[in-house]
Design a protein around this ligand. Structure first.
Ligand code: FES
Length: 151
């Protein structure tokens, strides 16, 4: 297989699994960059694929596009980022990833339990969340967000 260093937007979309429209949106937000060829078409360096993968997974763990942009701004712009460059981004991520894992574990464990969302629809809610006392902690499914129903 011939591997070219410069990719069209269609090639980036195909390899990354991200629609061209989303790639254009990322570019408008400054998350990825392209150069224009003589015909005015976008051309991307192959390294953009790693940036796109980063954007997708960063969003999956709950980072906003603004946060993703701040993280990506830590990478060098004058060369392809190396392992050490990416490592600089990871420090602040560890806590975020741990939070997300804990959330998902609570989600998995709590699918049939009261999640403190205020619905009071399960027989278990009468014990776990009598009178919707979880609402005192704030909006949303408090037991999913914060863990065990200790309040
Ligand atoms: S599941 Fe909604 S308050 Fe219990």
């Amino acid at each position: 297989m011939l591997v070219d260093d410069v990719l069209t937007i269609g090639e980036v979309a195909k390899r990354s699994g991200i629609a061209s429209s989303a790639l254009r949106f990322y570019e408008e937000r400054g998350l990825i960059q392209s150069v224009r060829n003589r015909s005015g078409h976008r051309r991307y360096s192959r390294g953009v694929l790693r940036r796109v993968a980063f954007i997708v997974f960063a969003q999956r763990i709950g980072l906003s596009l603004e946060e993703v942009a701040r993280e990506l701004a830590k990478l060098p712009t004058n060369r392809v980022p190396e392992r050490t460059d990416w490592a600089k981004l990871s420090a602040g991520w560890t806590a975020r990833i741990r939070e997300r894992i804990a959330e998902l574990e609570r989600l998995q464990a709590g699918l049939t339990e009261c999640i403190g969302c205020g619905c009071l629809s399960l027989d278990r809610c009468r014990l776990a969340n009598p009178g919707d006392r979880a609402a005192r902690r704030g909006p949303g499914p408090r037991y999913w967000m914060e863990g065990p129903t200790s309040a």
